[in-house]
Design a protein around this ligand. Structure first.
Ligand code: BDP
Length: 719
């Protein structure tokens, strides 16, 4: 007995000595985890990271942040408390500096073409000592380079013979927060808004700094703080002070703040009777407002505007066009170096024209009419952030107007927080699409890079998926969407698959078993969601307003284009939206090469088929199957693909920390259940319209159509 007590006591002492953190891996650290690297890698890398050397006298704040970050990373990954030195170069040190410093200058690095944000990382020799140099033309360049160096270490690639040169291809790399002043987030599925407006400007949540670190680590250099469906209050003095406090936190990380501006602000908070952009009092009001903001935030980026769209006020209320509206605001911010991002997401229910055509119809005639500090922000597709859409016809059609890309990072139409959908392939597909604007190879990427038309201002915006959840984005894999967005904003030619691998290595460690499996899951996930939600070019079949779950049967909402039946046009004979000459002729908005391809059912890729064509249920597709059989097969395939993703994830149980493993596992179970629901509910409906039986071997839906129609989600997030 005594022996047993002694044994228990010993066991207790032993266990008690093991440090148990409350949250070992709850996702808060994102891809900046800096956990210990495998022992052999640590030994190798330590020898190359003996010190951090930088020129302290220059007091360059971003460089100091870079030093902090490298210290933090090396301590975490290599267990080193690194000495930092202001000047003297140590052998095997990491040397940080800008091109203004003599010893960096002496290295003749290729910094000339890299602008203010590019960087060089190179294994070099200074004063006869081997070092690793991280150099840029500004402190922010050095900061970006330092993050790149850290990422190199995180991925287990070491510090030998480095020669990395990188510069962003786009100037504006922005997040758009659809965050409201009461902390709700429109289409937000990761908790509340991280902006605690109520406690700002006095309380600066430390989380704001981590937000800035995460963004800087992937090159994001601006953030629009408030919802595009904006409240005028955000332009009042108290809110300007709050935004200024955030700007102070972000500035050292190279991040500027921007605000969404409500068009009718001069009336709502300015006491004017009109918001007509040509009214001198309105012009003066905006100028004074801009001056006031710049007094508080000298490097304020500018305004983002949603006007005359979905009930928002705008210049058209005064019979002025979008350019007249945008240019008036542009003049107000111009003396301060500010810009206007004017959204092209416009459509009106009074307009009987195909919704997919309306933005082009509004904007194309205005090409060349926008001021040079205006950039028109265009969603990737002509409808709205669907699992798949062909590229927006405005890309390539506005040679005299600067256009920027708007992607959604939050997954409004793609299963919100719980469905695992890696958006890299979606972004890549759009960016690599060929507009043929200036012949073959005129990809959307090259349009927004300004390579085709010489735009001076270039950019990309991503609707953020960030909230107060511990893991920031509502799931581990949603973090990858934030990450790949940053990477593609830096380089629109980046490969989604390559980025997935980098993210996996940084998020789960450089484990040769984990990385390929995770990359496979990620790259398969986008096609899976297309298959179980909207295969073969279908779109906008989601349930009303929250857009979660299937609702292809919805037909009685007030505005025609709110109803899924508007988009699929299924009837006894077939399904799909005829956008050729016999229909809305939306194809004519594309360059002739693209228009010809989409106009012919035979040359339209299956993936876009029902976007452009109304196809008979019994028509044969490229596979040889009838449309009906192919449609059913795709839904079933999608469900199977999710099951495969789930099985693959389960094989990783021994390799992944418990907390993150279990959460993803549970979410994949939800996704599996809901992919099945999507398939079954959709097929129950399509069968009722087509009058056709399911092909042999296909399982019948578990419930009846009325039962699916009766499912509702009254308290869903994100509204
Ligand atoms: C749609 C969203 C809506 C946004 C709108 C927009 O459903 O909440 O306000 O886009 O982009 O996707 O303005």
């Amino acid at each position: 007995m005594g022996r047993l007590i002694a044994w228990c006591a010993a066991l207790f002492l032993t266990l008690g000595a093991v440090p148990v953190a409350a949250h070992t891996e709850d996702g808060y650290d994102l891809w900046l985890r800096y956990r210990p690297l495998p022992a052999d890698i640590q030994t190798r890398d330590r020898a190359r990271a003996m010190a951090v050397v930088f020129d302290v006298d220059r007091h360059d704040i971003p460089t100091l942040k870079a030093v902090d970050e490298i210290e933090r990373a090396l301590e975490g990954m290599l267990g080193l408390a690194i000495p930092t030195y202001s000047q003297a170069v140590q052998a095997n040190a990491i040397v940080l500096g800008t091109s203004a410093e003599p010893r960096i200058k002496a290295l003749n690095l290729p910094l000339g073409q890299l602008g203010t944000e590019g960087y060089v990382i190179r294994s070099a020799t200074i004063d006869g000592k081997p070092v690793t140099v991280v150099a840029g033309n500004s402190g922010v360049g050095v900061l970006y380079g330092s993050f790149a160096l850290i990422q190199h270490l995180q991925r287990g690639l070491g510090l030998d013979r480095l020669d990395i040169v990188s510069a962003p291809k786009l100037k504006l790399r922005l997040l758009n927060h659809w965050d409201n002043l009461d902390r709700t987030v429109e289409r937000g599925y990761a908790g509340q808004s991280i902006w605690d407006w109520w406690k700002l400007p006095d309380f600066r949540d430390p989380r704001y700094t981590d937000y800035a670190r995460a963004n800087a680590s992937i090159g994001i250099n601006g953030t629009v703080l408030n919802n595009v469906n904006a409240k005028a209050d955000s332009l009042t003095a108290p809110y300007i002070a709050k935004a200024a406090a955030l700007a102070d936190v972000f500035r050292p990380y190279g991040i500027k703040v921007y605000l969404s501006a409500r068009w009718s602000s001069p009336i709502e908070i300015g006491g004017l009777k009109t918001a007509d952009p040509l009214d001198p009092q309105v012009v003066a009001w905006w100028k004074a407002k801009a001056d006031e903001i710049y007094r508080a935030i000298p490097d304020f980026g500018g305004f983002l505007v949603k006007a005359n769209s979905e009930g928002q006020p705008g210049p058209q209320d005064y019979k002025r066009n979008h350019a007249e509206g945008a240019n008036m605001l542009a003049a107000a911010v111009r003396p301060h170096g500010g810009i206007i991002m004017w959204r092209a997401f416009v459509y009106q229910h009074e307009n009987p024209e195909d919704r997919a055509k309306q933005a082009y119809d509004d904007f194309k005639p205005l090409d060349g009419k926008f001021a040079d500090n205006v950039i028109v922000q265009v969603k990737n597709g002509a409808i709205d952030f669907q699992p798949r859409e062909p590229f927006h016809p405005l890309f390539g059609a506005m040679p005299k107007t600067q256009l920027m890309m708007e992607f959604q990072i939050t997954k409004e139409y793609l299963g919100m927080a719980t469905h695992l959908v890696y958006l890299g392939p979606l972004y890549e597909e759009v960016l690599q699409a060929d507009t043929f604007a200036k012949g073959k190879g005129s990809t959307v990427a090259r349009v927004i890079e300004g390579a085709l038309d010489g735009y001076k201002l270039t950019g990309m915006a991503g609707v953020a998926n960030i909230g107060t959840d511990r893991d920031w984005s509502g799931s581990t894999f949603n973090q990858a969407n934030w990450f790949v967005y940053g990477r593609m904003a830096w380089n629109p030619e980046a490969s989604a698959k390559q980025v997935a691998g980098e993210w996996s290595e940084m998020t789960f460690g450089p484990d040769p078993v984990v990385t390929p499996a995770v990359v496979n899951i990620m790259t398969a996930s986008r096609e899976a969601v297309v298959n179980y939600m909207t295969p073969l070019g279908l779109a906008h079949l989601m349930a009303t307003s929250h857009h979660y779950g299937p609702g292809p049967w919805v037909k009685d909402l007030a505005r025609p284009e709110w109803n899924p039946v508007y988009y699929h046009k299924a009837d006894r004979n077939g399904i799909g939206y005829d956008r050729t000459r016999t229909g809305s002729d939306a194809v004519a908005q594309y360059a002739p090469e693209v228009a010809r391809m989409f106009a012919d059912v035979k040359t339209t890729p299956d993936r876009d088929l029902l976007w452009f064509h109304h196809v008979g249920w019994d028509d044969r597709l490229k596979s040889g199957k009838t449309l009906w059989d192919e449609l059913v097969a795709r839904y079933t395939l999608g469900v199977g693909e999710v099951a495969d993703m789930h099985r693959a994830w389960r094989t990783l149980a021994p390799h992944i920390d418990r907390e993150r493993f279990a959460k993803t596992d549970a979410f994949l179970s939800i996704q599996q259940k809901e992919a099945q629901w999507w398939r079954d509910a959709s097929l129950a409906y399509w069968a009722s319209v087509s009058g056709r039986p399911l092909p042999a071997g296909e399982t019948a839906p578990a419930k009846t159509l009325p039962e699916y129609e009766a499912i509702s989600w009254p308290h869903e997030p994100g509204r």
